[in-house]
Design a protein around this ligand. Structure first.
Ligand code: DLL
Length: 453
C-alpha cells in the first residue's frame, strides 16, 4: 500500500523543486544555528544565500562521522535542548558514542517515514507487528514501534533477545509482521526447529529486516524457511534511524528512498566526487526536514547505487540497491577489495551450506589469508555422519568425498567470482555463534599478529 501518494509518487520535477527549497532553508538554518556549520561553510566559501536549489548541492562540504564524535554530545544540535524530546546514540566501536536528538516534529516525521516503510512492505492497520529490534539507545525498536502504531497496527514491543518467548508470542498473539535483523530471523528459526515448531503454519506473512547487510541468497533462505516475504529496510541513527528507505513488497527490488525528507547522492570513494545514477559508490545523505539534528551531505560509509527508474509499485521515488557493505567493513585481501556480503552471496549458491558463517582474516608470512568458516546443512551433516559411522572412523568426517567436493567447489566459486583464494572450513550445524542484534561476521587477526611478530 502507498501511504502518502502525494510524496511517494510525486513528479520528478516537482520533487526536485521541493528538495531544492528545503535544501536552501536547511543551509540557512544550520549556518545561523550550528557554529560547526558556520565555520565549515565559511571555509568552503559558501554563503547560505547563494544556495538556491539542488544545483548548488555539489558546492556544499561533506560531514563525516568524526565530526559527530568531535562535537559530542550536543555540539551539532540546531535547537536548544529544551526543544529536544528524545536522544538516541549509536554504540560506537571505539570510545564515545555519537549522539542524535529529535524535536517533537522530528519524532513525527520519523513515525511517518517508518509508517510509509511498513505500509510499503505490506503492513496495514489489521496487522500484529512484533518489534524484535532492540529498544533503547539503538533506534531500531522505537523507530519501528512508532511507525507501526501510526499505521494503526497492533504492536508487540518485545525488543530483542527472549528467543523462546518471541516464538511463544508469535503463536499466541498471531503475529503477522516481524521486525528484526535478518540474522535474528534466522536464529529464531533455528530455535523453532529445536522446539519442533513448524513456523510455516504461523500467520506471519512479512518480515521487515535491516540494520545489517544481507544478500539476496539470505533473503531467499529466510523466505523459504519462514514461508514469508522478506523486505529490506535501511536507515542509520545519524540520519533518523530506520526509515530512510525500504523495499516495497510488490517488487522487492531496491529500497524506495523517502526523498522529500532525505536527499541522497552517491560519491566516489576515493575522490569524493558525485557519481551518476547507477554507479556504485558511497551513499551521502542530507536531511531536508530534521530540526534538532540536521546534517549536510553526511558520508554514511555505506556502499550502494541509485536506481532512478520508476518501480512497478507506482512509486516514483529513487531506489537504492541493497547495501553491499560499509567502507570500513571492506577487507583488502592481497590487494583485492572484498565485502563480507559478497562472500555470503557465493556461499549461498550452494544449498548444502547454511547462512551462518564467519570470516577469519590472518596473515601467513607476508600474505593475507582468509578462512571462510561456514556451517553445513543439517541434512549433509547427517548424511556424512552416517557414512563415517558405518566405517567406524569419525576422524574421516572432514575427509568425506561429499565435503571435499563441496569445499573445492566453494573455493573455486570464490576465486572465480570475487578473485581471491580462500580456505573454507566446514562447521557443525549450530556451532557458529548466533546474533540477537547485528551479526559480527569478521574476525581480523592481522593487527594482533603483526603486533606479536
Ligand atoms: O541500524 C537503524 C536501523 C534499525 C535500520 C533497524 C534498519 C532497521 P545504526 O545502528 O546507526 O542504525 O546503524 C546504521 O547499519 O550505516 C548501515 O551500515 C547498517 N544498516 C542499516 N540498515 C541496513 C540494511 C540502524 N538494510 C548502519 N542493509 C548503517 C545493510 C544496513 N546495512
Amino acid at each position: 500500500m502507498i501511504r502518502d501518494r502525494e510524496h511517494e509518487c510525486m513528479g520528478r520535477e516537482k520533487l526536485r523543486q521541493l528538495q531544492g527549497e528545503r535544501l536552501a532553508a536547511l543551509v540557512k538554518r544550520v549556518y545561523a544555528r550550528v557554529p560547526f556549520y558556520t565555520e565549515l561553510l565559511d571555509k568552503a566559501g559558501v554563503k547560505p544565500e547563494q544556495v538556491r536549489g539542488l544545483e548548488d548541492l555539489p558546492r556544499l562540504p561533506v560531514t563525516k562521522k568524526h565530526n559527530l564524535r568531535d562535537q559530542y554530545p550536543f555540539g551539532l544540535f540546531a535547537t536548544p535542548l529544551k526543544d529536544v524530546v528524545r536522544i538516541h546514540a549509536s554504540s560506537g566501536t571505539t570510545g564515545k558514542p555519537t549522539t542524535v536528538g529529535y524535536t517533537r516534529n522530528d519524532i513525527a516525521v520519523w513515525a511517518e517515514v517508518m509508517a510509509r516503510a511498513l505500509a510499503g512492505a505490506g503492513t496495514t492497520d489489521e496487522d500484529i507487528v512484533q518489534v524484535a529490534y532492540g529498544y533503547g539507545l539503538f533506534t531500531g525498536g522505537l523507530g519501528a514501534h512508532y511507525g507501526a502504531e501510526l499505521l494503526g497496527a497492533s504492536v508487540i514491543p518485545i525488543s530483542g533477545s527472549n528467543t523462546q518467548r518471541q516464538l511463544m508470542l508469535m503463536q499466541d498473539f498471531g503475529t503477522t509482521v516481524l521486525c528484526c535483523t535478518p540474522s535474528f530471523a534466522l536464529y529464531l528459526w533455528d530455535v523453532a526447529q529445536q522446539l519442533q515448531l513448524d513456523v510455516t503454519t504461523l500467520p506471519l506473512k512479512v518480515g521487515v529486516f535491516g540494520a545489517e547487510p544481507w544478500s539476496e541468497g539470505m533473503r531467499r533462505d529466510i523466505e523459504r524457511k519462514w514461508n514469508i516475504k522478506a523486505c529490506d529496510i535501511y536507515g542509520l541513527s545519524e540520519i533518523i534511524g530506520p526509515g530512510v528507505s525500504c523495499e516495497c513488497v510488490e517488487a522487492q527490488s531496491g529500497l524506495h528512498i523517502y526523498e522529500d525528507h532525505f536527499l541522497a547522492e552517491i560519491i566516489d570513494l576515493e575522490t569524493g566526487n558525485p557519481l551518476p545514477d547507477g554507479e556504485l559508490g558511497e551513499l551521502v545523505i542530507t536531511t531536508l526536514t530534521k530540526e534538532a539534528f540536521p546534517l549536510i551531505r553526511y558520508r554514511t560509509g555505506d556502499i550502494t547505487r541509485l536506481i532512478p527508474e520508476p518501480c512497478i509499485c507506482g512509486r516514483t521515488s529513487t531506489r537504492m540497491e541493497r547495501i553491499s557493505g560499509r567502507t570500513d567493513d571492506m577487507l583488502i585481501i592481497r590487494g583485492v577489495n572484498v565485502f563480507p556480503s559478497q562472500v555470503e552471496s557465493v556461499l549461498l549458491m550452494s544449498p548444502q551450506v547454511e547462512p551462518h558463517y564467519r570470516l577469519i582474516v590472518g596473515r601467513k608470512g607476508a600474505l593475507d589469508s582468509l578462512d571462510v568458516q561456514v556451517e553445513i546443512s543439517p541434512k549433509l551433516y547427517r548424511e556424512v555422519s552416517e557414512a563415517v559411522l558405518s566405517l567406524n572412523d569419525v576422524t574421516m568426517f572432514t575427509e568425506h568425498d561429499a565435503l571435499i567436493d563441496l569445499k573445492q567447489r566453494i573455493q573455486k566459486n570464490i576465486k572465480d567470482i570475487i578473485g581471491i583464494s580462500v580456505s573454507v572450513t566446514f562447521k557443525e550445524p549450530g556451532s557458529i555463534e548466533r546474533s540477537e542484534g547485528k551479526a559480527q561476521r569478521v574476525i581480523d587477526n592481522r593487527t594482533a599478529e603483526q603486533g606479536a611478530s
